[in-house]
Design a protein around this ligand. Structure first.
Ligand SMILES: [Zn+2]
Length: 174
């Protein structure tokens, strides 16, 4: 082995899972696998676009949905166009309580680094809105209580976060 390739880690031999060897193994010429020790890192500017007022209001512990001036439907998460008739919507502030529509307990997400924590996600229709919003559910000791129709309440972060969507989450209402 040479050191001409800086990130070369090693070469491993993958055995045939069926135990074949030599010419009996149809993949015998492809069993040596080179592995590289690589690091992926990049930084970029990510625009939150026209729905930025929603994210900015979260910093003030306010929830902004959008209402369609044509049909009156209130969209949350906000949409700049009504999904039904394409009218440009208006901002409207909504309350921090709602009804759970569905929930899911997950052992793997990219945001938790993969398998370290269990994550509960829920669709909640906030009071005064017509659509359900997907967000984290936290501090739930008994996921069995998360049945559709359960009243949920918004809680706010008090510590700095990486992304505005981490400024709030849902919990079971008292
Ligand atoms: Zn509409």
């Amino acid at each position: 082995m040479t050191d001409l390739v800086k990130h070369k880690l090693d070469v491993i031999e993958n055995a045939d899972p069926f135990g074949r060897s030599g010419i009996d193994d149809p993949w015998h010429a492809f069993r040596n696998v080179e592995r590289l020790d690589m690091e992926l890192h990049f930084q970029f500017k990510h625009s939150l676009g026209k729905v930025s007022p929603f994210f900015l209001a979260l910093e003030e512990k306010r929830l902004l949905a959008t209402r369609c001036p044509e049909c009156g439907k209130v969209w949350m998460p906000p949409r700049v166009h009504c999904g039904d008739d394409l009218a440009i919507t208006d901002w409207v502030e909504v309350a921090g309580t709602g009804i759970l529509e569905a929930s899911s307990l997950s052992a793997y997400t990219l945001t938790t680094g993969g398998g370290k924590d269990t994550l509960i996600l829920g669709y909640v229709t906030l009071e005064g809105t017509d659509t359900a919003m997907l967000q984290q559910i936290r501090n739930c000791q008994d996921p069995g209580k998360l049945v559709p129709g359960t009243v949920m309440t918004v809680k706010w972060a008090t510590e700095p976060v990486d992304h505005p969507m981490q400024l709030f989450w849902f919990e079971l209402a008292d």
